[in-house]
Design a binder for this molecule. Structure first.
Ligand code: MRU
Length: 352
């Protein structure tokens, strides 16, 4: 089997562009109808864009926040990195508070701070270099995970994915969608299904668009159709991303992931989580310790700006859930694959 991947075909979308003076973000609130970049000229604009989901997906919000720190540095005078770190702390706190669940955001900010406190008078260049490194390393990790994850998938398989884990959610290529891209490119995957992913429609708006841009044939399903699909013979693997992976292998990801894992196990399908090591949080022992973001109920009450729910109804809008490690067959990272994750197998690969 030819395992080479034509990245010119399968890796063209870039959600984050550093212009040298500002951060341009492909505005994911408008896709797929409008393809437009939003320009952020300061770090608070980046924090607002992260909170509003103009940029979203765990690795992408970490990368955007790193560039946000570079923008914040423009407002600061300091003789060395330690002084700059103190001056930048409030802006970094505002970036960190933009979203709570994806650990990549805090991870990227901690990495920027670490580089800063070690820097001397060249701290501005050090910050820019670090943001660039976070971005390029993410892209390399995704390509590596694509190869590792695709290798688990037998030729002729079908996959179901959830949310958007593609180029739009990362520096490029994607995590779970990177595995799907690699699997299609290598001729392993014959059928791709995507959940629409209510209420924000990352599947129907973003994943469907990315797959079409690549010319990958795919079928959209309502979230509620997933068990019915998994009961049939079309899907062999459910392949999803992650926002935080705990020390015991529990995984927080987009709301609806947990029920997919239950259904996959019930129907004898396999369940793969694909995420870079920056999503692994060995300091959080298990999923019950993860803060689950709850967003404005308005996201549930309407579709495409138009109200659909009965007036006066209450709504609850948690946007992530936790899948217990026991329901996961494989966690794929750029460092390697953890099969049937638990505390011991996680520690063997990630230490801590
Ligand atoms: O609320 P979102 O759209 O930021 O949630 C994104 C997800 O849950 C993704 O599955 C996860 O971040 C992995 S992206 C590579």
């Amino acid at each position: 089997m030819d395992t080479t991947i034509d990245y010119a075909r399968y890796d063209r979308i870039r959600p984050i562009r550093w212009t040298g003076t500002a951060l341009d973000l492909l505005d994911q609130r408008k896709l797929p109808l409008v393809v437009e970049y939003l320009t952020c000229a300061d770090s608070d604009a980046v924090a607002a864009a992260i909170h509003a989901l103009a940029v979203r997906g765990a690795p992408a919000i970490g990368i955007a926040a790193a560039w946000g720190v570079v923008l914040a540095a423009r407002q600061v005078e300091a003789s060395d990195g330690a002084a700059a770190a103190a001056a930048l702390a409030p802006a970094m706190q505002r970036l960190n508070a933009a979203r709570p669940t994806a650990v990549n955001l805090a991870w990227a900010l901690a990495r920027m701070r670490g580089a800063l406190v070690r820097a001397g008078s060249d701290w501005r260049e050090v910050l820019e270099h670090e943001a660039r490194a976070i971005e390029t390393e993410d892209l390399a990790a995704n390509r590596r995970m694509g190869a590792l994850g695709a290798a688990l998938i037998a030729p002729g398989s079908g996959v179901l994915t959830h949310c958007n884990t593609g180029s739009l959610a990362t520096a490029g290529f994607g995590t779970a969608l990177g595995v799907i891209r690699a699997g299609v490119a290598q001729g392993r995957i014959e059928r791709v299904f995507a959940d629409e992913t209510r209420p924000w429609m990352q599947g129907s708006r973003l994943t469907a668009w990315e797959l079409q841009e690549d010319g990958i044939d795919a079928t959209l399903i309502a979230d509620a159709a997933a068990s019915h699909l998994l009961k049939g013979g079309e899907v062999d693997w459910v392949v999803v991303g992650a926002d935080r992976i705990c020390a015991n292998g529990d995984v927080a990801n987009k709301i609806g992931t947990y029920q997919l894992a239950i259904s996959a196990r019930f129907h004898g399908r396999r369940f793969m989580v694909v995420a870079p090591a920056s999503t692994v949080d060995m300091a959080t022992p298990s999923g019950d310790r993860i803060e689950i973001e709850e967003r404005d109920p308005e996201e549930l009450l309407g579709v495409a700006g138009g109200r659909v729910a009965a007036a006066g109804i209450k709504a609850w809008n948690p946007v992530f859930d936790v899948t217990p490690a026991a329901l996961i067959d494989a966690i794929v990272t750029e460092k390697g694959v953890v099969e049937r994750p638990d505390e011991a197998s996680m520690r063997a690969l990630f230490g801590g």
